[in-house]
Design a protein around this ligand. Sequence first.
Ligand code: ADP
Ligand code: MG
Length: 418
Amino acid sequence: MTAVEFIEPMSHDIGVSAAAELFIKAYGCKPEGVWAAPGRVNLIGEHTDYNAGLCLPIALPHRTFIALKPREDTTVRVVSDVNPGEVAEADLRELQAGAVQGWAAYPVGVAWALREAGFDAVRGFDAAFSSCVPLGSGLSSSAAMTCSTALALDEVFGLGYGSTDAGRVTLIEAAIKSENDMAGASTGGLDQNASMRCSLGHAIRLDCKPGLTPLESVSPKEFDLDKYGLELLVLDTQAPHQLNDGQYAQRRATCEEAARVLGADNLRAVAEGVAAADGSIADAALADVLAKLDDETMKKRVRHVITEIGRVDRFVDAFAQGDIKTAGELFNASHDSLRDDYEVTVPELDTAVDVARANGAYGARMTGGGFGGSIIALVDKGQGHEIAQKIADEFAARGFNAPRALPAFAAPAASREI
Ligand code: ADP
Ligand code: MG
């Protein structure tokens, strides 16, 4: 039996010096400053962001640090501790969507998106990244990278949007555009809002309805695990990457098509038409909606989105009242819906969730887009390690990759570090 690995968050001091040292090694001078942005886990409300729905992320204590110095020209150079020997370079002039290959597309794309949005003050820069957010594990290392870059560029080029919550929405838009249009990674906005707008001890209830003001779109919700003697176990299953690009796009397209058939702008509008005051959805009302759809797969996708949107406020209420049993049941219902109706789980995710539930978790679910990635489990304080080990043992018995656990709590959003 191998002991399960825990990925501890990098401390402020270690993150700052790792990024600054990499910068000095790559470019031979000191950076102007160091900024950092967190990865995230979504507590509940999955695959709802692009349906104008609700979600409930917390920022992780795991952060991506960026040491950065502006340049006078339009050249961008970036290096990451993932591959410290390789500096990638691009020129911001006449850059087209999709023109930058590899991971450099994420940071270069942020500068490109800001310039596309009319921020002509944004020029080239040199940057070095150091991160403890696992890459491609559904914990949003990509948003940690684009949001830390956006915050750094905002400050060094004097845009002035990073210091307020409302201003950050402008930076979030550039981070999303970078991922969607430069990196070619479809993303609905959950990750970037979480990385930029969460706060210590709080989740954000993110309302993705178009046209809302920043104040309307986010409300902080206390998420104090200690208060109830709880722990949130985050476990990266390390399931091998699947060719899921088409799958995410397919889910989005099916949802859009369903909204069209139902004569609504989006599935959130449909959900609002059938929800009770507490957000719950009566079976009969849901059945009426589904009866209007012919396609069986489409019915399942719609059922997930509508019921999942309905679970978010019920989870918020249950947690606020200390009703952890109900909160856990909502985690379970969310996972089961993602497994059976949205069909985005893989055996590793289902196994991890099953083992957590069988070993005393109040509830467990996959988090993030699915097709691999991570699970979260709400467990009694002190139980996380044992449950993670049980999952690791089961993975070993089944011949899966060894999973990795992350200690987690509701951590602060992106900030300047030095
Ligand atoms: P997730 O955001 O869930 O971690 P994504 O596939 O959206 O998964 O983003 C992962 C990609 O982001 C990586 O493959 C890489 O291109 C880029 N990336 C994120 N963080 C870093 C980093 N610290 N160094 C280099 N590339 C990174
Ligand atoms: Mg991502």
